[in-house]
Design a protein around this ligand. Structure first.
Ligand SMILES: Cc1cc2nc3c(=O)[nH]c(=O)nc-3n(C[C@H](O)[C@H](O)[C@H](O)COP(=O)(O)OP(=O)(O)OC[C@H]3O[C@@H](n4cnc5c(N)ncnc54)[C@H](O)[C@@H]3O)c2cc1C
Length: 416
């Protein structure tokens, strides 16, 4: 079959690779000059089933309310005239009860674990190098009550078979020696031994090169203008560089999927949630962490990417705006200096912002809506690097009419 994959972020590239493995003729269309150049460009790099919790939780409404009248460093909700923001927020709030949070997290964890296994298989088959670090991730708590609550909360993941260990500060500093100088400020840490990290942008471009070698055609710098449908079929895609026609289409447009889907009469509950990333050079320095992690009090994530240390933070509702100012990174920089004081060249940071394609439930949207030859692989939210290898395999299985190996409960268009 000839299949057009719309979007060449991590989700589009992994989809193209999975489809090429199945023997399809694949063409990928993306407006960027290379793979993973939008949201997949500078994420925290964590492949982290150990952090598969959904954002919609019983605590979330209180955090959201507080952020409305207080300058919050981790959550910024700006009132806007966009009715879609309020429609999305209402759906999000409906998921903020204990039962939904546990169900959505369980669905997400299942997919994360399946996806990590797919990633590991791809890495052993291709030998791709992407500044990968295996050996776990550490989730740090500074407040004893929050640490206790965090440990209690792990039940939702450990009940499904994931190993998570509660560590006292001394033990946390043994697992990640870069924490030695701050262990006195920690209440404890949760260690997820099977989590890992690596550079999503590097991985996507290397996988795209391998896919090209398998015959996948990449049309970079090509903007999709309109998707044309007739009845329940997609006929073709109009771009600024001509038409693309195929037997089947995969929509992997990240935060932009709802815009294109809406024109086809399909409503995808995805809203862009802006995040910020800071990358620091650690070459020639001491004390940079090897394991990735999250400072749960400051909600700052980090990972070691070779000679670089990447930190990310903030969930901001600002529509499709990706602009940023140095002041947006001040909090992150302060946390980085505090956690790893000698680790990096803090005077020459590089800044970036991107849009997470978030669904209210935190789970992606897979499968079909109203068109027989259009599959969605989008809405991977704040964990798209972790889940993309799995959603790509699921999408290829669905197109082939095979039963996916992972249970799709809660992950399809019908469940969104
Ligand atoms: C700050 C931050 C930190 C994160 N940290 C992590 C993490 O540690 N671990 C993790 O698992 N995930 C993380 N994520 C989430 C992850 O980065 C995303 O879920 C993932 O990158 C989404 O991939 P995507 O392919 O769906 O979207 P994208 O990478 O945005 O790809 C969509 C593609 O569609 C193309 N496109 C859109 N519209 C058009 C058009 N009209 N014509 C042509 N092309 C078009 C774009 O050019 C783009 O390349 C983080 C995200 C952010 C913002």
């Amino acid at each position: 079959m000839r299949i057009a994959v719309l979007g060449g972020g991590i989700v589009g590239v992994t989809s193209a690779y999975a489809l090429a493995q199945d023997g399809h003729e694949v063409v990928v269309v993306d407006r960027q000059p290379l793979a993973a150049n939008e949201t997949s460009f500078s994420n925290a790099g964590m492949v982290a089933p150990g952090h598969a919790y959904t954002w919609a939780s019983p605590r979330a409404p209180k955090i959201l309310l507080k952020s409305l009248w207080r300058d919050d460093t981790s959550l910024r909700f700006r009132f806007s005239t966009d009715p879609r923001l309020y429609a999305w927020s209402l759906r999000f709030l409906r998921e903020c009860n204990a039962a939904s949070a546990a169900r959505n997290t369980a669905n997400k964890l299942r997919l994360c674990l399946f996806s990590q296994a797919q990633l590991q298989e791809t890495v052993s088959r291709t030998g791709i190098e992407f500044d990968r670090v295996t050996g776990g991730a550490v989730y740090l708590y500074r407040d004893p009550a929050l640490f206790e609550a965090g440990v209690r909360n792990t039940r939702v993941l450990t009940d499904l078979g994931l190993e998570l260990r509660a560590l006292d500060p001394q033990r946390a500093a043994e697992v990640e020696p870069a924490l030695d100088s701050v262990k006195g400020q920690l209440a404890g840490a949760i260690y997820s031994p099977s989590d890992e990290s690596g550079d999503c942008h590097v991985f996507a471009n290397k996988l795209a090169a391998i896919a090209a070698g398998m015959g996948v055609e990449f049309r970079w710098s090509t903007t999709i203008l309109r998707i044309e449908a007739s009845g329940d079929r997609i006929e073709k895609v109009l771009t600024d560089k001509g038409e693309v026609a195929a037997d089947a289409y995969v929509m992997a447009l990240g935060s932009y999927a709802p815009i294109e889907a809406r024109k086809l009469g399909v409503n995808l509950p995805i809203y862009p949630v802006k995040g910020y990333a800071l990358t620091l050079d650690v070459e020639g320095r001491n004390g940079a962490p090897m394991l990735s992690g999250v400072d749960e009090q400051n909600l700052v994530a980090w990972s070691r990417l070779g000679r670089r240390l990447r930190l990310t933070a903030t969930a901001e509702f600002a529509g499709y705006d990706t602009s940023h100012e140095p002041s947006d990174f001040a909090h992150m920089l302060k946390v980085a200096r505090q956690l790893f004081p000698e680790a990096a060249d803090f005077d020459r940071p590089s800044y970036w912002a991107g849009l997470r394609p978030m669904t209210p439930k935190g789970t992606p949207i897979l499968g079909q809506a109203r068109h027989r030859n259009l599959w969605f692989n989008t809405g991977l939210g704040h964990m798209g690097w972790t889940m993309s290898h799995g959603t790509a395999r699921v999408t290829a299985d669905m197109i082939a009419g095979r039963k996916p190996e992972v249970d799709l409960k809660g992950l399809t268009f019908a469940d969104a």
